[in-house]
Design a protein around this ligand. Structure first.
Ligand code: ADP
Ligand code: MG
Length: 345
């Protein structure tokens, strides 16, 4: 999971001389000869397996570590329990899937108190229940290290409805649900204030309690109108690159069309940050990014806005790979896209 790492000074996306995505690419190369037709392996939001019957099984897995992905200074146990479920649901949503079963690995410090673990687990189970997901197993271990929580989520999707990152077509429009950058602004606020002013709650909520777009994901997948989809966890700039690489295409992004909420803009000004930086490089938005032919634009707006009750924006276009990945600035000039979130040197 490439999420906003709260402690950006830590090794969350880097270990020794590896960067996260270099390491994943290397693992993927090592597993190349395992490829079996009809199975989707490393590289998408979830893996997929056609066991028998009519459905594809989906599996995704996300881990969160204390003082890397959350700090008890600003994240309470209930939020943590909710969030580990939400980020996994978001990956199943990105494949167009229906979540079904979960396995939970809890790695707890020896001294961890029940008063923390119980509300966290109650909230986790409540959130699973709300999505009709069964907690089917897991493992519990204790150590002298920080707390770590890992959830594996299984889901299913009809093979013809499954949406991958790799199917974007030249000429497609690039759509995004909701607005971007709010979670990154919320994180900066939480790090800056002991008590964040109440008018910024909408931003801290986006970080602590993102709403996985399961319904919109299903509607889009079922419509048959979408070519490629992924969820936004690494910041738009990073995730657009994932889409382009998987689909072997280029992307033209229109900077002025990127949806950024007023609260995010106000907070950015307050924090002396660029709201566009939050949207492009922040991460943890958990919105859906997808591509479809321009002829289906009104159908897509009908599904996302009218049925799923979410805002939806066209932010760019899929172009030939030779054109690369770039943004058109409000003055009409062309500029390279900044990197997604990167570890400071
Ligand atoms: P997401 O943000 O959608 O959760 P990630 O960026 O974490 O996805 O991972 C990208 C892809 O790499 C996914 O397909 C994931 O399953 C795979 N992946 C990540 N880490 C590993 C690993 N250690 N071993 C095998 N596959 C991995
Ligand atoms: Mg994802």
């Amino acid at each position: 999971m490439g999420r906003v790492r709260q402690a950006r000074k830590t090794t969350a996306r880097r270990s020794g001389d590896w960067q996260e995505f270099q390491l994943i690419d290397w693992i993927r190369q090592c597993t190349q000869n395992q490829a079996i037709r009809r199975e989707i392996h490393i590289g998408d939001d979830a893996s997929s397996y056609r066991a028998s019957g009519t459905m594809n099984e989906l599996v995704t897995c996300d881990a969160m570590i204390e003082d890397v992905h959350w700090s008890w200074d600003w994240c309470d146990p209930r939020s943590l329990g909710y969030k580990i479920v939400a980020v996994n649901l978001s990956d199943i949503a990105a494949m167009g899937g229906i979540p079904k079963r979960a396995h939970l690995v809890l790695a707890l410090p020896w001294q961890q108190k029940k008063a923390v673990v119980q509300p966290m687990l109650r909230s986790l189970i409540k959130t699973l229940n709300r999505h009709q997901v069964v907690l089917a197993g897991g493992d519990t271990v204790f150590s002298s290290g920080p707390m770590m929580i890992t959830l594996t989520l299984q889901g299913e999707v009809a093979p013809q409805e499954m949406l991958l990152r790799s199917q974007a077509k030249e000429g497609d429009l690039l759509f995004v649900t909701g607005d971007l950058g709010a979670a990154a602004a919320g994180l900066d606020l939480l790090k800056q204030y002991k008590k964040v002013p109440s008018h910024y709650t909408v931003l801290t909520k986006k970080l602590l309690a993102p709403i996985p777009r399961v319904e919109a994901g299903r509607l889009l997948a079922h419509s048959g109108k979408v070519h490629a989809m992924l969820d936004l966890s690494d910041g738009l700039a990073g995730d657009v690159r994932h889409l382009a690489k998987a689909s072997q295409v280029g992307i033209r992004l229109y900077t002025e069309y990127i949806p950024i909420a007023l609260a995010t803009r106000v907070a950015a000004r307050h924090l002396k940050k660029d709201p566009l930086f939050y949207a492009l490089c922040g991460g943890e938005d958990y919105e859906l990014l997808f591509t479809a032919s321009p002829k289906y634009t009104s159908e897509i707006f009908r599904l996302v806005q009218d049925k799923a009750k979410l805002s939806c924006h066209i932010i760019g276009q899929v172009v030939n790979k030779r054109q690369g990945i770039y943004q058109i600035l409000p003055n009409g000039s062309r500029a390279p896209l900044p990197a997604g979130w990167q570890h400071p040197a």
